[in-house]
Write a protein that binds this ligand. Structure first.
Ligand SMILES: *Cc1c(COP(=O)(O)O)cnc(C)c1O
Length: 388
């Protein structure tokens, strides 16, 4: 009997090692891993470059308090700001801490300019921003908040895609709008560029902050560094995590000068956030993401993957309803519940994971090979062929 509490319905499989896009189970089977720890293992398993960075740092310093200078963190923050909209970074250890920090930064900004009553955050109903108390109430999901009252106040909601309700929901108390640029858990729903531009415009008009949650869709997963890059929109605050650590727990919140102006010594902190081990791995992840041609290749191969999946959709129009997503954040929406399909893919040695709305999430490592995509397509095809 497991001593782990039952907060997960775990599949009955465990792995003894991984290499690149593959995982090897303890019972001797080889799986193509297109879950990537939910968009975390950006470079698959046992990536030699990341191993080198981690082991090298592990022999020097693992952890020091944030009351000292941490050069590895200075470097990672500088690189993140040089390549993005941001002027400042705060490091955390996870996605939900990053979204919490984003909320705090937004509220603190208005507090610092003498508008402490402007403190509500407007979010998408049934979105996902993590599992801390504030984050579950930000998500506006009944399922996630059930039994965890009293309700954490300060969040308002609108339906995804309902622009009228969005505009109606902005009040004099709204401090920020926070959305996922691509809804991950919610079913791989992409916010189109024109919507992002419109959002930016609305935020400017109403003098509120724009928070784009890139925890799942950021750090190259979309084919660009951020999923909002193509829109040319500049948000005020962006929480990131998942992909930036390549498997090492690492989160961060990026912000522009304005948003950062309320942050003074003592306003926020984290014991572990930004420790030298995490920072060294984060820098090694960026080394690879920023390598010339890397993101171009993600764009090229993911385009190929999408087009092959769309061919399957044409072949099996009664099974596959829609191919969703961007880059290597792919959703295969079925007409039926996807549980059985995910299981069958696993029986055929392809690991995927579900999302809302009957969607199968497909998240290969960003350095996946074309022949591995072909292998996945063949497995999906085989499962379609023998479906029901
Ligand atoms: C996963 C996720 C989070 C939470 O990240 P954790 O590391 O699990 O706390 C927050 N926002 C989005 C969009 C996510 O996908």
């Amino acid at each position: 009997m497991s001593a782990l509490a039952k907060n997960y319905n775990r599949r009955k499989i465990s792995f003894k090692k991984g290499k690149g896009s593959f995982l090897y189970s303890t019972n001797g089977k080889k799986y193509l891993d297109f879950v990537s720890g939910i968009a975390v293992n950006s470079f698959g398993h046992a990536n030699p470059y990341l191993i080198k960075a981690l082991t090298k740092q592990s022999k020097k310093i693992w952890h020091v308090s944030n009351s000292f200078q941490i050069p590895e963190g200075e470097r990672l923050a500088k690189r993140l700001t040089q390549k993005t909209f941001a002027d400042y970074v705060i490091f955390q250890n996870s996605g939900t801490e990053a979204t919490e920090a984003a909320i705090k930064i937004a509220r603190r900004y208005f507090y610092s300019i003498g508008q402490p009553k402007k403190n509500r955050i407007l979010c998408v109903k049934n979105s996902f921003h993590g599992r801390t108390l504030a984050a579950i109430y930000a998500s506006g999901s009944k399922k996630m908040t059930e039994g965890f009252g009293p309700k954490v106040d300060g969040f308002d909601h609108f339906e995804f895609g309902d622009h009228k309700s969005l505009k109606r929901s902005i009040t004099s108390k709204t401090a920020a709008i926070m959305i996922e640029t691509v809804m991950g858990e919610g079913g791989i729903k992409v916010v189109p560029d024109w919507c992002l531009k419109e959002l930016r415009k609305i935020c400017n008009q109403k003098k509120i902050l724009l928070i784009l949650d890139e925890v799942q869709c950021g750090i190259g997963r979309s084919g660009n560094f951020f999923a909002f890059d193509n829109s040319k929109v500049k948000p005020d605050i962006v929480p990131i995590a998942k992909g930036i650590g390549g498997g090492f727990p690492l989160g961060a919140v990026l912000m522009n000068k304005k948003a950062a102006s309320g942050i003074t010594p003592g306003t926020h902190g984290s014991t572990f956030g930004g420790n030298p081990l995490a920072m060294s791995v984060g820098n090694a992840v960026l080394d690879q993401i920023f390598k010339k041609g890397f993101l171009k290749n993600v764009q090229k191969l993911s385009k190929y993957f999408h087009s092959e999946l769309n061919k399957l959709k044409e072949e099996y129009p009664k099974i596959i309803k829609e191919v969703r997503g961007v880059g290597f954040l792919i959703g295969l929406q079925l007409f039926d519940d996807q549980t059985k399909f995910v299981k069958k893919l696993m029986d055929n040695k392809l690991l995927t994971i579900r999302a809302a709305e009957n969607v199968i999430r497909i998240l290969p490592p960003l350095n996946v090979k074309k022949k591995e995509i072909d292998l996945a397509i063949n497995i999906i095809k085989k499962v379609c062929l023998n479906y029901k």
